[in-house]
Structures are given as structure tokens and as C-alpha cells.
Design a protein around this ligand. Structure first.
Ligand SMILES: [Mg+2]
Length: 276
């Protein structure tokens, strides 16, 4: 097809399997690399975690962190000189969420009332144990800039927490393993739309976007792209999803991701195949 394909992907359970490995996805990753298709991670992970994964994957493309709270555009990427957002190190950063200092302040003042504990209250060792991460990975997961990850101790009081958070301009989303407190209006879908609009001003059009995800927090991402793929959750079932034309991958993690991406690329490249 003419124009530019962009692939937005969730990481845990989607590109990565439950052991945080992308084994099984190699063929599609190579096909994407050969075609020069940007692969844009869109994750609940932090900048530090996504940067580490980009190194492992050999990616230099933009990325979205902390459930859509911020988009990172590397300096000089595809010659784009963007003036949106602010400069931070080697990136332009477009922030959609609140900053984590404000969120931490709210949790420090009110968290205990609702039976909540956040990553900021926990040691790296506790996070490592709860999330099944190494100690080093847990350190990276703790470096939150735009949101906070938390869990309820026992029953907790989710409804009361949601109401108190809303009064502070904050929202709660559910990821695969934890809850996230994030600025109102920031989600993976809002971030995908914002970044696609920015890239669309610079890359050869038309753009065609592909999105892949497995969790409730991925539904806004899947609704924001032209071709959406839902992967099964850990128990093999699918998150209920009303996105029109949604495709269902056959397996979770890299293998399902691989198969779905190769099928989509083949379809898009068929002569007379669909255009955006
Ligand atoms: Mg996931």
C-alpha cells in the first residue's frame, strides 16, 4: 500500500509472554524491520522499562508509557522536528496525564483510607515479588513519572477511592496485574490519537494504524486504530470488546502477536488490498 503503516502494541501478554519474553514474535519483528514500519510500544510500563525493552528489541521508534500518560518522540527520528510538548533529554515528551508527584501526594494523604498501597509505598523487593520481576526490573518499574500503580490490601474500597480520585482530576484504570491512577482523560487511546496526529503531519500519507492488546486498558487503543487485534488473556478468554472489525489472535504473547501481524501485513500488501 502507499503511505505509512504504524503499529502500536501493548507489551505484557501481547508482544511479551507471561515470562516477559518476546519469543515467538521474531518472524514478524524481522518483517516489520525489513519494511521500515515503526513499532510503537504502548504500555503501562515506565520510560525506564520501555527504554530497556527497546534496546533488547533494537527499536528506535517513538513510544507511549504509563498507560498513555505520555508519548516520547526520539530526537531526529525520521527527520521530524516537532515543537509539541517539552524537551527531556533526547526526546520530545507529550504529556497527557498528571505528573506523578501530584498523584503520590494524593495517595500519601488518602491511600490508607481506601486500603491502597502503591509502588511508591513499596520497596523494589516487594514490587519484584508481586509483579514477578527481577529486582533490577522492579527498580525500573518504580520510576514512575506520570501515574502510580497500586493494589488494594484485602477488600479495599475501590468505589470510594474512585470518587475521591475524580475530585482530584484523577482516574483509575485496570491493567493486567495492578490498578493505575492517572490524570483524567489520559489513556492509551488518547495517546495513540495524539501521536498519530503528530506523526501524520510529517510522514508520507495516508497513514494506516494497527493496534494490538489484550487487557481492559487496551480497549481505548484498539478503538483508536484502523486495524485492531485482541489477544487472549492469561486464562485464554478474551476481554469483552465492542470495537467494530476486531480480530482475535489465536494465542497469547509473541506467538499470537507474530501470527496476527504477519496475516495483517500479507493482507495489506495483497494487490488491490484494502487501503485506510
Ligand atoms: Mg497487556
Amino acid at each position: 500500500m502507499d503511505g505509512t503503516i504504524l503499529i502500536y502494541t501493548d507489551l505484557d501478554g501481547t508482544l511479551l509472554d507471561d515470562a516477559y519474553s518476546f519469543r515467538g514474535a521474531e518472524e514478524a519483528l524481522a518483517a516489520i524491520r525489513r519494511r521500515g514500519i515503526p513499532l510503537i510500544p504502548c504500555s503501562s510500563k515506565t520510560r525506564a522499562e520501555v527504554e530497556r525493552l527497546r534496546l533488547r528489541l533494537g527499536l528506535e521508534d517513538p513510544f507511549i508509557v504509563e498507560n498513555g500518560a505520555a508519548c516520547f518522540l526520539p530526537d531526529g527520528w525520521r527527520g521530524i522536528a516537532a515543537d509539541e510538548g517539552f524537551r527531556d533529554g533526547a526526546y520530545r515528551v507529550i504529556r497527557l496525564g498528571a505528573d506523578s508527584v501530584r498523584i503520590r501526594r494524593f495517595l500519601a494523604a488518602r491511600g490508607r483510607d481506601f486500603g491502597v498501597r502503591g509502588f511508591g509505598d513499596a520497596t523494589a523487593a516487594e514490587i519484584a515479588r508481586r509483579a514477578g520481576l527481577s529486582l533490577e526490573e522492579a527498580e525500573l518499574a518504580r520510576r514512575r513519572e506520570f501515574s502510580e500503580v497500586f493494589w488494594f490490601e484485602g477488600e479495599g474500597r475501590p468505589a470510594e477511592l474512585a470518587a475521591a480520585a475524580a475530585r482530584e482530576g484523577l482516574e483509575i484504570t485496570r491493567g493486567g496485574r495492578f490498578h493505575h491512577l492517572i490524570g483524567r482523560g489520559a489513556d492509551k487511546g488518547a495517546a495513540v490519537r495524539r501521536l498519530t496526529a503528530l506523526l501524520g503531519r510529517h510522514l508520507p500519507g495516508p497513514l494506516l494504524t494497527i493496534g494490538l492488546g489484550d487487557g481492559a486498558n487496551d480497549l481505548p487503543l484498539l478503538a483508536a486504530v484502523d486495524r485492531a487485534v485482541l489477544l487472549p488473556r492469561a486464562d485464554g478468554s478474551f476481554e469483552p470488546c465492542a470495537v467494530p472489525g476486531i480480530r482475535h489472535a489465536r494465542s497469547r504473547g509473541g506467538r499470537g502477536w507474530n501470527e496476527a501481524v504477519l496475516a495483517l501485513l500479507a493482507e495489506l500488501e495483497r494487490p488491490g488490498g484494502p487501503s485506510p
